[in-house]
Design a protein around this ligand. Structure first.
Ligand SMILES: [Zn+2]
Length: 385
């Protein structure tokens, strides 16, 4: 019989212009560590200054850590945590895309706990220890619509020395507060909009086909799929269309709620292996490149789930329509001709990727409705090439 637990302890403030509520919303102390990427967009677009200014209106001081890479690394988690301790920060704000917010979560953990971040990671060379102390409170302010991390506890960090890209998260790494303001997303460039929109799409679609999906996770996931299918091509083509941006932002937050109520499946393990070895491959692009081969393989293995996805994408409820609809969405976003080789990936690397996918994020394979073998994973990679 049906049974599930539901707990999402994040307050979400959603809507155009909502960033302003940072000046009045009850926060978590008098000093914030603001975590942003090493790129220039947060400064150039004025978002960093705006956040510092809004915080100062309620007497909160800020320290900025601005080193986060697109694929965030453990070194910067440790460095940011040290800065949070030295500056005596009371809470951590991740401002930007998924990489900054994920890093903020991991920094919040290491700001209050001893040892190395990998001591608390399960999988690969992680020691899988329990985290003894509560992390600092986490605030997420999203400026892209990609990972849904504002509505889930997950953070994905790479250990550079070993090419391990591993997810982590538990009850205490849910953001306490998330602000999702689509006006902050108007300046996201076309390619990033597409890659991140597809990432959100696959969080939702994988959440439907995962063997732990529930009627509640399906509500979030199918609405997310519908909104992305409807509005991602327009948000990509015309970045200033606030309505399309709002649809995609909502889809993204919904996909985060999917991550909190269902899960990604092995497509994500397979992608993490690709971008761990090829950090120039954006996560969403990796998913786009794997998706038709991956979803073709699973089409007859989760037919009821595939029918729901097909319907949410405006197609007749047939499992085989999902791959067609994904392909059409790619065409509408003009990414149908992208290839793994464009990112320097070689055909003979597939066995290495497959082993890495099992070694580092093997857990997600247990959430598939069909148990993949190493050979089958290699075949999916090859079919995607
Ligand atoms: Zn993802």
């Amino acid at each position: 019989m049906l049974s599930f637990n539901y707990s999402i302890p994040t307050k979400i403030i959603f809507g155009p212009g909502k960033i302003k509520e940072l000046a009045t919303e009850k926060l978590f102390g008098k000093k914030a560590l603001i975590v942003i990427s090493s790129g220039t967009s947060m400064k150039k677009n004025g978002y960093l200054d705006q956040v510092i200014e809004l915080l100062s209106k309620q007497g909160i001081e800020s320290t900025v850590f601005d080193k986060i890479l697109p694929n965030p690394v453990k070194t910067h988690v440790m460095e940011g945590a040290l800065l949070a301790r030295k500056a005596k920060c009371d809470f951590v704000i991740g401002l930007g895309g998924g990489s900054s917010i994920d890093s903020a979560k991991s920094i919040a953990v290491m700001a209050t706990n001893e040892g190395d971040y990998w001591d608390y990671i399960s999988g690969g060379t992680g020691k899988g220890l329990e985290v003894p102390n509560k992390p600092l409170p986490i605030v997420a302010i999203t400026t892209t619509a990609g990972t849904g991390t504002e509505a889930d506890p997950w953070t994905v960090i790479t250990k550079e020395e070993t090419n391990e890209k591993i997810g982590f998260g538990y009850e205490e790494t849910f953001p306490r507060l998330s602000i999702v303001d689509p006006e902050l997303m108007l300046s996201v460039p076309r390619n990033l909009t597409i890659y991140q929109g597809f990432d959100a799409f696959f969080h939702a679609a994988e959440g439907v086909i995962a063997n732990i999906s529930t009627p509640v996770s399906d509500l979030f996931a199918l609405k997310s799929i519908e909104l992305i299918n409807k509005s991602l091509p327009e948000a990509a083509k015309n970045g200033n269309n606030l309505e399309a941006r709002t649809d995609v932002a909502l889809a993204n937050t919904l996909s985060g709620l999917v991550e909190s109520t269902s899960s990604c499946v092995s497509e994500h393990s397979m992608e993490h292996a690709l971008s761990a070895y090829h950090p120039n491959l954006p996560h969403g692009a990796g998913l786009i490149l794997l998706s038709e081969a991956y979803f073709s393989f699973f089409s007859d293995k989760a037919p009821e789930q595939f029918k729901k996805i097909a319907k949410a994408m405006g197609k007749e409820e047939k499992p085989e329509n999902v791959v067609k609809a994904i392909h059409e969405l790619k065409v509408r976003c003009q990414v149908e001709n992208m290839k793994l080789a464009d990112f320097g990936i070689q055909y003979d690397e597939m066995e290495k990727f497959a082993k890495n996918a099992f070694d580092t994020m093997g857990g997600l394979f247990n959430l598939d409705r069909y148990k993949l073998s190493l050979e089958e994973v290699i075949k999916i990679y090859q079919a995607a090439y």
